[in-house]
Design a protein. Structure first.
Length: 430
């Protein structure tokens, strides 16, 4: 028959003169510890025992204790592995201080990204207000904005694509800024220099300006339209190219705008252009625009995950895109782009928050940890965790409710550049 749990061993507890207190976070395998709890207050057979596995440590930490007694005399540790209680406390304090500093660095980096994204969205909205009355002013705003983004992009060898919170900028500008940022990153990965990137960036920033000439009810709809509405909606491409010309932009930028809904197989609009009839910059923009429309459709209910969007484009829509550009785009975004919900190889849930556009297979993730408030959770760089990887992608509905609330995946994806220099500086300060 099973052995019933034993009551506390008071004789051992009283005779062990070497028992000292230790913080729970400092426990290690080999320590002999005492649980000053009733026998129903923990799942172990005895109240005092030697720790033989990390799973026992995890269980002890889950009991809610801040510290407990241990016996260095009865522990199986080398002298070098058994620091005195004062040193252990200093180590714990140092770890806590390091955690706080990492959090501050992490928050500062995100705040900077969100500030820059917010500035970009407000600049774009101001540009739209100037567009019809002062098109030259609108052009100057656009050129200054793209010049700044391209300059920042070439200040560093590596750039990260960062997922932001939905509060970062105006929703109506979110798609435009997403497309601009990712288009510039893809252009750089394709080897374009700064001079070539600027017209591409201007085409991306202004690709949807023609929508301001549409009736309000059609501006943000591209589904469930009747034939008349669909024809009118498609005219935004032509209106946009005309507005770009009125701004004084050159013909190549106007062409990029006029072709941003065309596909290489001729299935796009408004002119069903195909193959070499599309200029290279238009093929880049068309691809990125399509991706963001899958992830951020006019109706958020129709959104699909970034992972599924890439899978769909690769498996079923390859014919629409330049295959070389599509392959490089997928390699740049990674199999699990920012915003992807994933299950890690150790069965923990995580949200991909940042991807290195040159090394995307090991993204940076926010991991669900029920023992730690979400606002105190550190982002983990999987590139530095050699034993940890991603097992599979998940849909939001597949997450337990507590995990969903913790990771807080937004209905809309918001992207911006995360400077590699900021991340290096934060890591060096730890």
């Amino acid at each position: 028959m099973p052995i019933p749990p034993q009551p506390p061993d008071f004789s051992t507890r009283m005779s062990d003169s070497q028992a000292q207190f230790i913080e729970v976070d400092a426990l290690r395998v080999g320590m002999y510890i005492y649980l000053d709890l009733g026998w129903i207050g923990h799942p172990f057979a005895l109240n005092n025992f030697k720790i033989i596995s990390t799973s026992q440590i995890d269980t002890i930490r889950g009991l809610g204790l801040q510290r407990l007694r241990w016996s260095p005399e009865r522990s199986d540790l080398n002298a070098s592995e058994s620091p005195p209680p004062t040193e252990i406390k200093l180590e714990v304090n140092a770890a806590a201080a390091n955690h706080r500093q990492c959090l501050l660095d992490q928050r500062a980096t995100l705040a900077r990204c969100e500030r820059e994204f917010s500035t970009a969205t407000h600049t774009f909205r101001h540009l739209l207000k100037q567009l019809q009355q002062q098109p030259t002013v609108a052009r100057e705003l656009a050129e200054e904005m793209i010049g700044g983004l391209v300059g920042n992009l070439f200040e560093q060898d590596e750039s990260f694509i960062r997922l932001l919170s939905e509060k970062a900028g105006e929703h109506s500008s979110l798609h435009t800024i997403n497309v601009t940022v990712i288009t510039l990153l893809l252009g750089k990965r394709l080897g374009l220099d700064a001079a070539t990137l600027k017209p591409l960036g201007l085409g991306a920033l202004l690709h949807d300006i023609g929508k301001i000439a549409l009736p309000e009810r059609l501006r943000w709809r591209d589904k469930d339209l009747n034939a008349t509405e669909r024809n009118l909606f498609q005219q935004h491409v032509i209106y946009g190219a005309e507005m770009a010309a009125e701004m004084g932009l050159n013909e190549s930028i106007c062409t990029i705008i006029s072709q941003h809904h065309e596909y290489v197989d001729g299935s796009g609009f408004p002119n069903q252009l195909a193959g070499d009839a599309l200029q290279p910059a238009s093929r880049i923009l068309s691809l990125v625009n399509h991706y963001d429309n899958l992830c951020n459709p006019a109706n958020p209910v129709a959104a699909i995950t970034p992972h599924k969007a890439l899978a769909l484009m690769f498996a079923h829509q390859q014919h629409k895109f330049d295959n070389n550009y599509l392959g490089i785009f997928i390699r740049m975004m990674g199999v699990y782009p920012p915003g992807s919900l994933v299950l890690l190889t150790d069965n923990r849930y995580a949200l991909v928050v940042s991807v290195n556009s040159t090394r995307p297979l090991k993204p940076r993730v926010l991991i669900y940890d029920q023992k730690l408030p979400s606002e105190e959770a550190l982002i983990v760089d999987l590139e530095k965790e050699t034993s940890l990887g991603i097992r599979l992608s998940l849909k939001p509905v597949q997450l337990p409710r507590a995990v969903f609330d913790y990771l807080s995946p937004g209905q809309r994806l918001c992207y911006f550049f995360e400077r590699a220099r900021d991340l290096i500086d934060a890591q060096e300060s730890r």
